[in-house]
Design a binder for this molecule. Structure first.
Ligand SMILES: [Zn+2]
Length: 466
């Protein structure tokens, strides 16, 4: 069987067939850049990274687009609070977001369109929807009239008039609608908020509109996969479908995939409970990105993930076991030839791991198969029964894990983590003007053959002689 994913739209696990063979258009809803992203956000971004890596591993070329929401109530409020321009305010968080992506080894999307750079596209979409009779104006703002789109509610299965739907909807600043179910595509200028003077009026776009306009600009009017967290299903993705299909009359997205929430210590993450973590918070506590990445990918994406520090410690020991096997395979002296039993175990594990991922990205099952092989390979090595050829087969399975999970194994990965931590400690010592500690760390690194270079972008390190 080939690739198949649970499709929120059909409520079934559907075979995945891209529109154009070998090419996949993937739209992933991105961050609102008013704060640092938290680990719940990163659970979704990491799963999307794994989705893309697995599609690529299976031979598809993926064009990923992720939007940056840089104008909405939260970004505007943040900029006003700090008394800075909106783009200066959001730049800080956009830069931080990219730094965090790199820290976690998340591959860059093909394009990160910003809402403020695509107001023209959004205005054109409003004009198309107006032409189709889907919109009405009230006191300078423009609303989508849901009754013009009978399929509304198909994705979420929610009756848009229900109390549940009303609770899920964020409508703090949506006023003067004919019907409480309708949503704004354009908001009239208020006070000194950032605004654009356009053919449809003086104001700013509604949030939902950016994802319709920007996904269709970069991926076409119908594309393969659209993802997000479950909290995006209603109203955000429901509204995207109404806007896009209302304007084009074509199916918008073929496969809708949504990741479940992350909770911390069994509870919803919240700043007031003190269980709210950004990636930076975890790094400041001395955790390396590799186990964070591993932990956030280890549960199936449609199951709630309970983040605990104990779980993070378990992720560290799981990685230690994988590193240890990678080290043994590389360094133990093995006889030429093949142990057919271990070769067969490697092939079985590889097939089962990939089959689990093909089956709606079941990472938990895939890791189970990988660790079955770790046990078998370690016993064979302990018994002196492993030979060169089967050891290579086992290493290849670890290689498939590295590509798809985006986690590097072995001595090099460990060295990188250690050096990164020493460099970080030296930076902190320097910031505290503790020159003695800073110098002793530099000496320690030099003993290991690592040379530091201070550059305007920060500290870089390299191996001596490279
Ligand atoms: Zn979106």
């Amino acid at each position: 069987m080939g690739l198949r994913f649970y499709n929120t739209l059909t409520r079934s696990v559907d075979e995945f067939v891209p529109l154009r063979p070998g090419e996949v258009g993937l739209y992933t809803c991105g961050p609102t850049v008013y704060d640092f992203a938290h680990i719940g956000n990163f659970r979704t971004y990491l799963w999307e990274d794994l989705l893309r890596r697995h599609l690529e591993f299976r031979g598809h070329r993926v064009t990923q687009v992720m939007n940056l929401t840089d104008v909405d109530d939260k970004t505007i409020a943040g900029a006003l609070r700090q008394g800075v321009r909106l783009d200066d305010y959001t730049r800080t968080f956009i830069d931080a977001f990219f730094e965090d992506l790199d820290t976690l080894g998340i591959q860059r999307a093909a394009v990160y369109p910003q809402a403020t750079q695509h107001v023209d596209e959004m205005v054109r979409l409003i004009l198309r929807l107006r032409e189709k009779g889907c919109l009405y104006e009230s006191k300078g703002s423009i609303y989508f009239r849901i009754e013009t789109f009978p399929a509304y509610g198909r994705l979420s299965g929610l009756d848009p008039g229900s109390a549940e739907a009303a609770r899920a909807r964020v409508e703090a600043d949506e006023y003067d609608k004919d019907n409480p179910r309708d949503f704004a595509v354009w908001k009239m200028r208020r006070g000194d908020e950032p605004a654009w003077t356009t053919e449809v009026g003086d104001g700013r776009p509604g949030w939902h509109l950016e994802c319709s306009a920007m996904s269709m600009k970069y991926l076409g009017e119908t594309f393969d996969i659209h993802t997000g967290g479950v909290d995006n299903i209603f109203p955000h993705h429901e509204n995207e479908i109404a806007q896009s299909e209302g304007a084009t009359g074509k199916p918008f997205v073929r496969h809708w995939l949504h990741a479940a929430h992350l909770i911390v210590d069994g509870e919803k993450m919240s700043k007031s409970k003190g269980n709210f973590y950004t990636l930076r918070d975890l790094m400041a506590r001395g955790y390396h990105p590799r186990p964070i990445r591993y932990l956030l990918l280890s549960a199936h994406y449609r199951k709630q993930l309970n983040f605990t520090f104990e779980g993070l410690a378990q992720a560290c020991s799981a990685l230690d076991r994988l590193d240890d096997l990678a080290y043994r395979l590389e360094h133990e002296s093995l006889a030429d030839g093949e142990n057919p039993g271990l070769s067969a175990a490697a092939d079985r594990a590889r097939d089962a791991m990939l089959e689990s991922l093909d089956n709606d990205l079941n990472t938990a099952a895939a890791l189970g198969h990988l660790f079955d092989l770790v046990r078998e390979a370690n016993s064979a090595l302990d018994a002196g029964a492993a030979k060169r050829q089967d050891a290579q087969r086992v290493r290849d399975v670890l290689g498939a894990f590295e590509s798809i999970f985006g986690v590097r194994l072995g001595a090099e990965a460990t060295l990188e983590a250690e050096v990164a931590s020493l460099v970080d400690r030296r930076q902190k010592a320097r910031a505290a003007r503790d020159w003695a500690t800073a110098d002793s760390i530099r000496d320690e690194l030099q003993k290991r053959g690592i040379v530091l270079e201070d550059t305007p972008q920060g500290v870089r390190w390299k191996r001596r002689g490279t």
